[in-house]
Design a protein around this ligand. Structure first.
Ligand code: TXA
Ligand code: MG
Length: 310
């Protein structure tokens, strides 16, 4: 039984007791567990139906908490100062392996860490007093939930408590940057490549991103219907994710941003993929999306939904 509408303190107590909690963040809803507790983390993998080799992000209140278990160099500190709290995840050497248990790190000697901006996420982590691991609250292979209702539908059955934080303002998962050797972009996301490069200089490409960031599997964000990209004129029996002014209209058309605003499109992406899927179309056709800025992350998620290796 999910306890709906708990207080921040009740949610933190549930986590401390080893239970799972649905936690809103500004990017997507997460399914949270106490990062230090292997049994809670095992229950989390089970709830998601997620391969165990996929490491999780430790969510913190800020730099001070992160520095108790992760090694920050000057570049890491500069990025945290520029973008935290917010949608940037840093992969760093782990310095206290017990704070984020082996299972949560999938046995790696690195740890992914981010300070979310959503007040409910911040409040729960502060009340618990230690990091919380939280993958997106979808079952493995499904689009990330960006509304409370979608999060409940995906993994509500596994959570002891669920916090309603409203629709997610960003709507796309955090950008993941590894600072282990040369800085690398492992997952494009809400903070753009250009924003990161403005702080620490050029990013190297991930050589083998499926290995380095195993969450980036093809078909990670898959609706039921097949997805077709770069479509200007959808077929009559297709749902259509449109972008920008002058798009066709109709019951199966979902315009990611009628004004052509990429931030608005990102915020709508997963909810509209789900809505399009619910019309049981032969396929979901998607309009061309500009490549600049947030377009890189949106296109990355759409290519995964379409089943292309990224
Ligand atoms: O916006 C977000 O990041 C959301 C919200 C809930 O915070 N969380 C999220 O978590 O997207 P998840 O588990 O779905 O994605 C975590 C990503 C995966 O691609 C994973 O492979 C990568 O981070 N990751 C985690 N630890 C890593 C590590 N040590 N090395 C490389 N990649 C890592
Ligand atoms: Mg995910």
């Amino acid at each position: 039984m999910t306890h709906a509408d708990p207080t921040v303190e009740q949610a933190a107590r549930a986590l401390a007791g080893g239970a799972l909690v649905i936690l809103p963040t500004e990017t997507v809803y997460g399914l949270a567990a106490d990062a230090a507790e292997p049994r809670a983390v095992a229950a989390l993998f089970e709830a998601k139906g997620r391969p165990r080799f996929n490491p999780l992000i430790a969510h913190v209140t800020g730099l001070a908490m992160a520095e108790t278990f992760a090694g920050f160099d000057d570049r890491a500190r500069a990025l945290a100062k520029a973008f935290w709290p917010g949608p940037l995840t840093l992969v760093l050497p782990v310095t206290d392996a017990a704070a984020v248990c082996d299972l949560a790190r999938a046995g790696l000697d690195s740890v992914a860490v981010r300070a979310p901006a959503h007040p409910l996420a911040k409040g729960v982590i502060a009340a618990l007093g230690r990091p919380v691991v939280a993958p997106s609250a979808n079952r493995s292979g499904r689009p990330s939930p960006t509304t409370y209702a979608d999060a409940l539908e995906e993994t509500g059955a596994f959570a002891l408590a669920a916090l309603d934080g409203g629709p997610c303002a960003v709507g796309l998962e955090s950008t993941v940057v590894a600072l282990l050797d040369a800085p690398r972009l492992l997952r494009p996301g809400a903070v753009t490549r250009a924003q990161i490069e403005a702080v620490i200089g050029p990013l190297a490409e991930a050589e083998d991103d499926a290995k380095r960031s195993p969450g980036r599997l093809a078909r990670h964000y898959a609706p039921q219907a097949p997805v077709r990209l770069d479509v200007i004129a959808p077929e009559p029996d297709e749902a259509y994710l449109a972008f920008g002014p002058g798009a066709p209209e109709g019951p199966q058309v979902f315009n990611l941003s009628p004004t052509g605003d990429l931030a608005e499109a990102a915020a709508h992406l997963f909810a509209y993929l789900r809505a399009a899927d619910r019309t049981a179309p032969r396929a979901i056709a998607v309009a061309p999306i500009p490549a600049h800025g947030l377009g890189e992350a949106i296109t990355d998620r759409l290519r995964r939904a379409a089943g292309f290796v990224g």
